[in-house]
Design a protein around this ligand. Structure first.
Ligand code: NAD
Length: 325
């Protein structure tokens, strides 16, 4: 199989996908800086699970504790490993914190990606899956969101950096024949979810009988997508990029079933057997009103078809949460 560089492979989605790649017979190299955006102990736990699986399978994983902003570090990875493809998850990922510190988001998400593209070019490597986000759609009025819609009106620095990433990827495809897919993930949830994301945060608060801060009137909605479905779409994209040339494409990876904030809170409450105490607060700047994916392009080209319903996904998340995360 292939040797895949997973940037941000210690995080929520990267670590889940890294395990899937190992099971499919790929070799993986992870670069992650274990930053403290949330408790790095969670990332250590993710990596421990990856190592455990690798041992079970009789395989090895290389872990580089480094930063994608450090070009020399990236060079040393390519010098020491014959990398077939890169999946680029490493990023500052929160919408609201990007308003507090936009320069950090530009530095990691744009300059860090530039380093990856440049070092790939230096080492004559051509295959990249870049992880973008549904946030590039901003407050798109038309639903569901299609890759054909214009995405010129981001409403957070985070969204702007993801759009910039897609543009850089296109430029490197055109100039240096790189084969690239950009995947627009729609709110991902499931076991190992980041603790700063609403489902995880609300579950914790409900378990502690604390009020749930609900921003807005509860009618904002998100197209929640279960992490295994996202991983499936990502691996399909990787295989496509590895086996085709002259590729540049953008795909929505979503579930096409938006759930309102209020319903999300009630589904969690139901699963926990708790009556949620809701504290209504004003809408937060940077938050979009809704996300809703049209994933027909991913279905047609990649055969992507999400399998896990929101309720089932919440059930699985809470099982994981109750098991001590
Ligand atoms: N979780 C979602 O709902 C969602 C939705 C859309 C897009 N995404 C994108 O998916 C990717 C993964 O998100 P996640 O939810 O798993 O987040 P995460 O924070 O758990 O994972 C990101 C990982 O990247 C690492 N990282 C950050 N900056 C780095 C740097 N400079 N050098 C090396 N490593 C660095 C972090 O330590 C972390 O382990 C991100 O690019 C994010 O923007 C996530």
């Amino acid at each position: 199989m292939a040797k895949i560089l997973c940037t941000g492979g210690a995080g929520f989605i990267g670590s889940t996908c890294a395990k899937r790649l190992l099971k499919e017979g790929d070799d993986i190299v992870i670069i992650d800086n274990f930053n403290s955006y949330y408790d790095p102990a969670r990332k250590e736990k993710n990596v421990a699970e990856i190592n455990e699986l690798a041992e079970e399978l009789g395989r090895s994983v290389s872990l580089v504790r480094g930063d994608i902003r450090d070009k020399e570090c990236l060079r040393s990875i390519f010098r020491e490993n014959d990398i077939d493809a890169v999946i680029s998850w490493a990023a500052m990922a929160g919408v609201r914190p990007s308003i507090e510190d936009p320069e950090l988001y530009v530095d990691v998400n744009i300059n860090g990606l530039m380093n990856i593209l440049e070092v790939m070019r230096e080492f004559d490597k051509h295959k990249l899956v870049f992880i973008s986000s549904s946030s590039v759609y901003g407050n798109n009025e038309k639903v569901p969101f299609s890759e054909k819609d214009r995405v010129d009106h981001p409403i957070s620095p985070y969204a702007a950096t993801k759009k910039a990433g897609e543009l850089l990827c296109h430029t490197y495809h055109k100039l240096f024949n790189m084969d690239i897919h950009c995947l627009r993930y729609f709110t991902v949830f499931g076991p190992r979810q980041r603790p700063d994301l609403a489902i995880h945060k609300f579950t914790k608060l409900m378990c502690e009988n604390k009020p749930i801060p609900m921003f807005g009137d509860g009618t904002t909605s998100r197209d929640y997508t279960y992490v295994d479905d996202i991983v499936d779409g990502t691996v399909r994209s990787l295989r496509y990029v590895l086996s085709h040339s002259d590729v540049y494409d953008i795909f929505n990876l979503g579930g096409s079933h938006p759930i309102s904030l209020k319903d999300m809170i009630y589904v969690i409450g139901e699963e926990l057997g708790v009556d949620p105490i809701i504290q209504q607060l004003p809408m937060q700047p940077g938050d979009v009103k809704r996300t809703y994916s049209d994933y027909s392009h991913a279905r047609e080209v990649l055969g992507y078809e999400p399998q896990i319903s929101f309720k089932e996904g919440i059930h699985r998340f809470i099982e994981w949460y109750k098991g001590g995360c």
